[in-house]
Design a protein around this ligand. Structure first.
Ligand code: AMP
Ligand code: DBH
Length: 548
């Protein structure tokens, strides 16, 4: 035996009360399934069926599993050990699916970064998760991730291993990984944490969301029924595959669970996705609202055959009724609204719902055991039809973030409710209508941006005296970000401030869309104004001036 000490790191856990655990099992929600367990089973039962299509790759279920085992054994041979956390930053390429399945197979824990994330975010995930490895692509959308890998290793030396899809340079190429498959571990405890998903982050940087095998598998197994996914389905991933929506609602994991085919679209636009839909006979796809509108317009003019599409799901941000009608008319298939969050709770309109429900609401929870509480500012439940704060609890909603006591104190009540930060109404027939948010984040076409995080970066600029970042309604994006800036002695140019934020190593979607200089924030209120109130005042004044 080696005398290497066991790593000292924060354990990964997600704990529900004992009586809930017993109930979720008795109800058949938690069935003791695991990722490697179900993937191995499908590889045996559906061995010759097509599992993943992307680029030039067409893997059957047997091939996907074989790839996963090869990479898994290779990672262990490189010195990784079960329990190690691995930041994965890959785009919509088949290797994303293979690498994630490999990590599950080796009992390594994926931490999902989006391709848009840059050093600031990736380093934050690596630190918070105490990751020892990073998997990236050589290049994706014209960005060289090996540069990011080098910076990451400088900033977080604990990330000892880098694995690269494509030309590895000085790093280890994923294609060359191999090892002794007999050394692979058995299947994990179904209640252990399978991976860390990331939250949109309403205050500061994203939080890490520990999801267990049992809870996550339940969420996509039950989603399959509600989204019409079966073995004959062809599910397209058009949004970034690492996002919780195309991963699990029902997502590519739901599709793989059902024995369906997963088609990875390298981009979300109609130009890239439509030919693939026609070629692969795609039946279901998930989109954010602005994309859905783009698709609906493009569908009217396209020469590509989209007749295989049965369900188009729209979620991530609010789809207003007028837009919903345009999507239905333009795409001519069933619309399903999806209101979900990486922390758990997912709501769907049902495929057979009356059109008014599909157009006007964001649906209702997946599970009969999802608990939804809508309360006023004092915490008292509000009647149906009244807007309140949405709290959630249930068989696939987390009880705590990883490694973040302050966020946990803010985001969870003593009796385990997750404060979603969303303001909603419940209709008489039990559907939810999202009204907006209580917290200050910008929902830019489904990408969530923390006002505070961007304010901090602006304030670091020597010519910025103060800054407040707010959301402004935008016809295309739903919301865009606007930074109100009180300049210092000299007023920087807006382009300079945008470049400054970008230069801080942030995802491009976080760069303010608009910068408005003001002399002062001027408050009418007496005393100290909260940042939230200030942002609300600035937004209101700006919109009033625009309207005038
Ligand atoms: P995240 O924390 O990144 O997983 O984002 C989840 C948040 O996205 C939710 O709490 C909502 O604020 C927002 N969201 C997701 N789906 C919808 C939807 N269909 N309508 C309105 N907001 C949505
Ligand atoms: O926005 C989201 O995070 C989201 C939207 C729809 C989500 O996590 C989901 C469905 O599962």
């Amino acid at each position: 035996m080696s005398d290497t000490p066991a790593p000292q790191r924060l354990p990964l856990r997600q704990v529900w009360p004992d009586d809930r655990v017993a109930h979720y099992r008795a109800a058949g929600h938690w069935r003791g399934e695991t990722f490697p367990g179900f993937l191995r089973d499908r590889a045996q039962r559906f061995s010759g069926d097509l599992a993943v299509v992307g680029g030039a790759v067409r893997w059957t279920y047997a091939q996907l599993w074989d790839e996963a085992e090869r990479i898994a054994a290779g990672l262990l041979a490189q010195g990784l050990a079960p329990g190690d956390r691995v930041v994965v930053q890959l785009g919509n390429i088949p290797e994303f699916v293979a690498v994630v399945c490999a990590l599950f197979r080796a009992q390594l824990v994926p931490v999902y970064a989006l391709p848009a994330h840059r050093l600031t975010e990736v380093a934050h995930f690596a630190r918070k998760a105490e990751a020892v490895a990073y998997v990236c692509a050589e290049k994706y959308e014209a960005f060289d991730y090996r540069t990011l890998a080098r910076e990451l290793q400088r900033e977080v030396p604990a990330v000892r291993h880098v694995f690269v899809v494509g030309d590895g340079g000085e790093f280890v190429p994923v294609a060359g990984l191999d090892g002794d498959r007999a050394a692979l571990p058995g299947d994990p405890d179904p209640q252990s944490v399978a991976f860390l998903q990331i939250s949109g982050g309403s205050t500061g940087l994203s939080k890490l969301i520990p999801r267990t095998h049992d809870d996550y598998i339940y969420s996509f197994r039950a989603s399959n029924d509600l989204c019409g996914i079966d073995r004959d389905s062809v599910y397209m991933v058009a949004l970034p595959a690492a996002h919780n929506f195309p991963m699990s609602s029902p997502g590519f994991f739901g599709a793989l669970y059902a024995g369906a085919c997963v088609v990875l679209s390298p981009g979300p636009g109609p130009d890239v996705a439509f030919p693939l839909i026609a070629r692969e006979r795609v039946t279901c796809v998930g989109l954010v609202p602005p994309l859905a509108l783009l698709w609906a317009d493009a569908a009217a003019k396209t020469a590509h055959d989209l007749s295989s599409l049965r369900v188009v799901q729209v979620g991530g941000a609010k789809l207003v009724p007028e837009a919903a009608r345009r999507v239905i008319a333009g795409l001519g298939c069933t619309l399903q609204q999806v209101f979900g969050m990486a922390e758990g709770l997912v709501n769907y309109t049902r495929l057979g719902d009356p059109e008014e429900v599909v157009v006007r609401t964001q649906g209702r929870p997946i599970s009969p055991d999802d608990e939804v509480l809508i309360v006023d500012d004092q915490g008292a439940p509000v009647p149906d039809g009244t807007t309140g704060h949405l709290l959630a609890r249930g068989p696939y909603t987390i009880r705590a973030y990883h490694n973040d006591p302050a966020a946990n104190a803010r985001s969870f009540t003593d009796d385990g409710w997750y404060r979603t930060g969303d303001m909603v109404q419940r209709t008489a027939d039990g559907n939810l209508v999202v009204q907006g948010r209580a917290t200050d984040h910008i929902n830019r076409a489904g990408e969530k941006i923390s006002a505070e995080e961007i304010e901090d970066h602006l304030l670091a600029h020597p010519q910025v005296f103060d800054a407040a970042v707010v959301s402004i309604p935008d016809d295309f994006l739903g919301e865009r970000s606007c930074a109100f800036v009180i300049p210092g002695e000299a007023r920087p140019r807006p382009a300079e401030l945008k470049a400054w934020v970008r230069g801080r190593g942030l995802a491009a979607f976080k760069v303010p869309d608009q910068i408005v200089f003001v002399d002062a924030f001027g408050t009418t209120a007496v005393g100290k104004v909260s940042r939230r109130e200030l942002r609300a005042q600035l937004r209101a004044r700006f919109l009033a001036e625009q309207g005038a």
